[in-house]
Design a protein around this ligand. Structure first.
Ligand SMILES: [Zn+2]
Length: 397
């Protein structure tokens, strides 16, 4: 295949670029991958190839290089017979926990999310929801733009979730990945017994993460009268469990006072009552903030569905062309969407924009597109714009 060959479709070029990556991609599979169902979505098709199972990584790679999927997944569930086409016949052993934290579901981000409707025929840019162009009547291309700081907010919530998974749920083994588009996934591998957890218990876990039914009153610093004794109920501490611990984490981010800090950190057993009373209002205000800030918003369907599919770590997310990248806790803390997350960063592409797009910040660069005016662009951005349907790839340089 010659990359310089002209007259091949953008889809074909994308497929070739994906294939080049999959020839050597370090796909990361769980040790029990042969008990899982694999599923694929191919280019040019909205359907799935499902009920695949693989006995070795080599067998999977052969399949992937041959079919070049746009998206690839394995099941959160483990089955005795994962390749059976009927779900009941697969004989489910158990289902892992999967958390999906999406930037566009975070309340703060929903407000700043930019949605543009772009006309490929006359170049109109329309900012209110429409199917067809008000100027020429053509079908519009919808483009959702997520500002980079939203993704960083999603990373913060994901980090908080890892803390809850470790310290409140007691799980030590989990994989954190950037989804390859606009969020993060955490896959907690459960043993056979834990994996039997049903949908109802998973729903309760979701409510707990969200803090539903959490009564503010019980966490506040306040004066309590008990058998004629009067004392001040202290704030939550890090050494406590559940939401008290989560609130304490938030307080430690905000409170400077040394004495109060060491108490919240659990390094000091008692606290001076008059001091506590004097700053009770300030602490209570923070506790109120904590209940909102420390809510962990995950995708409900993903957590509750017992036969959910998970994106294969180190595969490419065909919605944006970034790698479903495994992250360490450090990498999660410092997460930034940049071209290192694309397998195509070292390429240079010539693209032809299909639409006009106002200046937007993508991968740390200001990008503006003019319909029909070709430009040279780095591979990460070029593939992104092509997968979004905003540009054609005319040449791999
Ligand atoms: Zn138009």
């Amino acid at each position: 295949m010659s990359k310089r060959e002209r007259n091949i479709s953008t889809e074909q070029r994308l497929k070739e670029l994906f294939r080049d990556y999959y020839l050597k991609a370090p796909l990361h599979l769980p040790p029990d991958f042969n008990l899982r169902e694999f599923a694929f979505q191919l280019f040019g098709s909205s359907g799935y190839i499902r009920h695949k199972a693989f006995l070795s990584e080599a067998e999977l790679r052969n399949f992937v290089v041959q079919h070049v999927p746009k998206h690839m997944y394995f099941s959160a569930a483990k089955y005795l017979d994962p390749a059976r086409p009927n779900m009941d016949e697969k004989m489910r052993i158990g289902t892992d926990l999967v958390f999906d934290i999406d930037a566009d579901h975070i309340p703060k981000c929903e407000e700043v999310l930019q949605v543009l409707y772009l006309c490929p025929r006359c170049g109109a840019v329309i900012e209110k929801p429409r199917d067809t162009c008000e100027v020429c009547g053509s079908k519009l291309i919808e483009y959702q733009h997520i500002p980079e700081d939203c993704l960083e907010e999603a990373a913060r919530i994901t980090y908080l979730l890892t803390d809850v998974i470790t310290n409140e749920l007691g799980h030590k083994i989990f994989t954190i990945t950037f989804s390859g588009h606009r969020g993060f996934h955490i896959h907690v591998q459960l043993n056979e017994e834990e994996g039997k957890m049903g949908s109802e218990a998973r729903r309760e876990l979701l409510q707990y993460l969200l803090g539903e039914g959490t009564e503010l009153e019980q966490y506040l610093v306040r004066v309590v009268k008990k058998r004629r004794r009067i004392y001040v109920k202290p704030p939550p501490r890090i050494v406590e469990g559940g939401w008290r611990r989560r609130i304490a984490l938030f307080l430690l981010h905000k409170i400077q006072d040394y004495e109060i800090r060491t108490f919240i950190e659990g390094k000091k057993q008692a606290i001076n009552t008059s001091k506590l009373t004097s700053i009770a209002d300030e602490i209570n205000k923070l506790i109120q903030e904590a209940i909102t800030a420390m809510r962990i918003i995950v995708d409900e369907k993903v957590l509750i569905d017992l036969s959910r599919l998970i994106r294969v770590p180190e595969s490419i997310n065909g919605k944006a062309g970034f790698i479903v990248k495994r992250l360490t806790l450090d990498e999660l803390t410092n997460f930034k969407l940049d071209e290192t997350l694309s397998p195509f960063a070292s390429l240079e592409l010539k693209i032809l924009p299909k639409v006009n797009m106002p200046k937007l910040r993508l991968l740390g660069k200001d990008i503006r597109l003019k319909r029909g005016v070709s430009l040279r662009i780095d591979g990460a951005l070029g593939v992104y714009l092509a997968l979004k349907g905003l540009a054609e790839i005319i040449e791999v340089l």
